[in-house]
Design a protein around this ligand. Structure first.
Ligand SMILES: [Zn+2]
Length: 270
């Protein structure tokens, strides 16, 4: 009998280990997601900063272009002034006409340049406005992202602490588990990545059949939720050896045994 009790206790200890391992798996997954979130936030922040830098570069280039056009226009106007001076001192009609032609050509060029300069100024204005808007927007965005980053990082650290604590509990639990059982458990988990031990979960249904109340007890596998043959539960709760769920092949632990054999209902009989 002590041997029978022993296997029940062993399964109980293994079940505790399995719960810790499920907890560790859950914490590890949550920590992985938090790390992923932190990376995503960093990428968003970097992308936004790169966006701003690109826009600032564009503003700079537009400034340079505007300056270049202004210098070119000033030069041209200088030249026109010189031509006009030369024209007023022209020796003859031919020189006068030649200079007139130069003045006309240069004036046309100056008109075109002026138009381009106006376009460049408008473009620069629009870009500056865009940059200002984006900087304003980004300020709120970056502050928000930094806030979320700090929050998620705190969650990550909390998960790290919980993981460390669970690993310590696992170490302590490990020595309480039977060696053979542990080997089977490790083998199963490394191969299938699921739970090895399932609880035979007891469900009692009370049904009115005519004037009688009929109690039906069924057991389901906590691993795959299939209903277990009652005879299997009766055998498994003797704890003489290990029994498996016929459906998912997890080892069964009858934590809450069936009392004797099922009473044949009719409590309400009068
Ligand atoms: Zn099952």
């Amino acid at each position: 009998m002590s041997h029978n009790l022993d296997l029940s206790d062993q399964l109980a200890e293994l079940y505790t280990l399995q719960e810790i391992d499920e907890e560790i798996a859950d914490l590890t997954e949550r920590r992985r997601r938090v790390i992923q979130e932190l990376r995503t936030i960093q990428q968003e922040v970097e992308a936004r900063r790169a966006d701003l830098d690109r826009l600032r570069d564009e503003v700079k280039r537009a400034q340079v272009e505007q300056h270049r056009l202004q210098v070119e226009l000033d030069g041209l106007q200088e030249r026109i002034k010189r031509y006009q001076e030369q024209q007023s001192n022209a020796k003859d009609g031919n020189e006068y006409l030649a200079l007139q032609k130069q003045i006309e050509t240069s004036t046309r060029q100056a008109d075109q340049l002026e138009e381009r300069l106006i376009e460049a100024m408008l473009r620069l204005d629009a870009l500056r406005e865009q940059l200002e808007r984006k900087e304003e927007e980004s300020k709120a965005f970056l502050e928000d992202r930094q806030q979320v980053f700090r929050e998620r990082r705190a969650v990550g650290r909390e998960l790290e602490r919980a993981l460390e604590e669970a690993r310590t509990r696992r170490e302590a639990q490990l020595v309480r588990v039977n060696g053979d059982l542990l080997r089977r458990y490790d083998h199963w988990r490394s191969r299938r990545k699921t739970t090895f031990l399932a609880v035979a979960e007891k469900h009692v249904a009370v049904e009115q059949v005519g004037r009688n109340q009929q109690r039906t007890t069924i057991f389901t596998c906590s691993g795959c939720h299939m209903t277990l043959p009652i005879q299997l539960v009766v055998e498994a709760q003797k704890f003489s050896r290990l029994y498996e769920c016929p459906s998912c092949h997890r080892v069964l632990w009858v934590r809450d045994p069936l009392e004797r054999i099922e009473p044949e209902a009719d409590e309400a009989e009068s």
